[in-house]
Ligand binder design. Structure first.
Ligand code: ACK
Length: 299
């Protein structure tokens, strides 16, 4: 009922259709575990390859994220946002159906040895793709949105290594110019902007910060979350600039170890994005221009 009230614009799939598409949710078709359930690969009767996300439990949080995700991205069309084809809401079955992204998440080629190797041009293209997707979310569609959970595992790659942003379960509409104070902080340690982690201050600049961390990971091939462990949130936020592997890459850049243009540009852009002051971070459309070499990057 809630979905209908929101003017559901996506296709409705039947449980039977999705059972047939995934071979009855065969383990062999399992792509992995997501924020609120398992994801399976499937094929529709017309040959379209899909990814089906299944809500695992009847948890309230999961339900909220499910409805939120549909409300946020149904009808949004952009080459750098994972397309939601539709959903299934049938008795106890809650499922989301997406376009299939052949190369899965960016975390694989970035952090896993023996995985697909990303050349500098591909890394630059991925960085630009994420920036374009976010610029569209923030400013380009009728609704202004903050994603709130931008991280490497939420960036998926298609067969041509185009980056698309996924997982809109935590996304929020961003109203007017003033920032919204969140009472419940949600997101991922290692990527969360300090003003959001500490005070719940939420603007699109929180996504800009997370994008900066992802850009650093894209350049360095190192994860910023591994060393965070179970550090209490407040300690982590306060010591943010000193922790995490990625700061090594900044040192390397300052020592002049990067002599290729793509890497140097990505690092400089990442550094302005992770400025601790949100007002000094660029907007995502400025980031796009900086990465395209059409705007000077502030030092
Ligand atoms: O990193 P992965 O291999 O890529 O593991 C996660 C897992 O499912 C849980 O999110 C994969 N995944 C999610 N959505 C899609 C999709 N649309 N196409 C392909 N793989 C996906 C993701």
């Amino acid at each position: 009922r809630e979905l209908r009230a929101q003017g559901l614009q996506t296709l409705c799939f039947t449980w039977r259709q999705l059972q047939a598409a995934t071979n009855n949710f065969d383990e062999a078709n399992k792509l992995g575990e997501g924020g609120f359930g398992s994801v399976f690969k499937g094929e529709l009767s017309d040959g379209t390859i899909i990814a089906v996300k299944q809500l695992s439990s009847k948890s309230c949080q999961g339900n909220r994220e499910f409805v939120n995700e549909i409300g946020m991205i149904s009808g949004l069309n952009h080459p750098n946002l994972v397309k939601l084809y539709g959903c299934c809401v049938e008795k106890d079955h809650l499922l989301l159906v997406y376009e299939y992204m052949k190369n899965n998440s960016l975390a694989h080629p970035l952090f896993e040895k023996g995985s697909l190797k990303l050349e500098w041009a591909a890394r630059q293209q991925i960085c630009l793709g994420i920036a374009r997707g976010l610029a569209f979310l923030h400013e380009g569609s009728a609704m202004r949105m903050v994603h709130r959970d931008i991280k490497t595992t939420n960036v998926l790659l298609d067969a041509g290594l185009n980056a698309k942003i996924s997982d809109f379960g935590l996304a929020r509409l961003h109203e007017a110019e003033h920032s919204h104070i969140s009472t419940k902080i949600a997101g991922t340690i290692g990527y969360m902007a300090p003003e959001y982690a500490l005070w719940g201050q939420l603007t699109e600049k929180a996504d800009v910060y997370s994008f900066g961390v992802v850009a650093m990971e894209i350049v360095s091939g190192k994860s910023n979350t591994k060393q965070q462990g179970n550090v209490p949130l407040i300690n982590w936020a306060l010591t943010l600039q000193q922790t995490g592997d990625i700061m090594e890459i900044v040192d390397a850049m300052l020592k002049g170890e990067f002599n290729n243009n793509e890497a140097a540009r990505m690092i400089k852009v990442a550094l302005v994005c992770i400025n601790s002051s949100p007002s000094l971070r660029p907007t995502m459309s400025e980031v796009v221009q900086m990465l395209e070499g059409e705007m000077e990057i502030p030092q």
